[in-house]
Design a protein around this ligand. Structure first.
Ligand SMILES: Cc1cc2nc3c(=O)[nH]c(=O)nc-3n(C[C@H](O)[C@H](O)[C@H](O)COP(=O)(O)OP(=O)(O)OC[C@H]3O[C@@H](n4cnc5c(N)ncnc54)[C@H](O)[C@@H]3O)c2cc1C
Length: 156
């Protein structure tokens, strides 16, 4: 993601999606003949995870926002000189799963969930209270460093 265009509910960025390239049948061209733009969406926080697996679908609002992104991307590609017939869509991917144990306001300073034993912490994207719609790694690292510090303080 060398640069991003920030829209109200989505961000757009140049990104070559290898998953689409290898597994999406619409991606038939050679990699060097493809210019791709990623639409990154802060999706609605619906879905569940259980022993049966992950249950997650896009809501109507998610689809509408993705469609808005597609319109903008097509216009960008047209300005590059691409024809509509040569354009094709990528694959919808959950690249930033998170929120399985969302941090609440009450837990904001302890970073500890009441649902866990006292000496057990979670320190990853599970804590994100909602979809960021932005790359999360720096936030996850910051949280994990903070939690490791809290753990060390408890040991001492
Ligand atoms: C293609 C792609 C590109 C991305 N690009 C960016 C980017 O440019 N910038 C950005 O900020 N974010 C990016 N992300 C998102 C980012 O990688 C994730 O949000 C982040 O890695 C999540 O961190 P995590 O620690 O929560 O989980 P993970 O990094 O997924 O770590 C989970 C770990 O748990 C291990 N694990 C799973 N099950 C078990 C088990 N039963 N026992 C033991 N270990 C287990 C896994 O092997 C893994 O090592 C990208 C994601 C994808 C898929």
């Amino acid at each position: 993601m060398p640069f991003v265009s920030v829209q109200e509910h989505i961000i757009l960025s140049p990104y070559f999606d290898h998953l689409s390239f290898f597994f999406n049948e619409d991606w038939r061209l050679h990699a060097s003949d493809i210019v791709s733009i990623m639409i990154k969406l802060a999706d609605d926080g619906l879905g569940s995870i259980s022993s049966q697996g992950v249950d997650k679908t896009l809501t109507d609002q998610d689809r509408r926002r993705l469609d808005e992104g597609v319109v903008i991307c097509k216009e960008i590609l047209r300005r590059f000189g691409a024809c509509d017939e040569d354009m094709f869509l990528g694959t919808v991917i959950a690249g930033h799963p998170g929120g399985m144990l969302p941090l609440t306001e009450k837990e904001a300073s302890s970073f500890h969930s009441d649902r866990l034993p006292e000496n057990l912490y979670v320190a990853d994207a599970s804590l994100l209270p909602k979809s960021l719609g932005n790359p999360p790694i720096l936030t996850i690292i910051a949280m994990a460093k903070r939690i490791s510090k809290l753990c060390c303080e408890q040991v001492i």
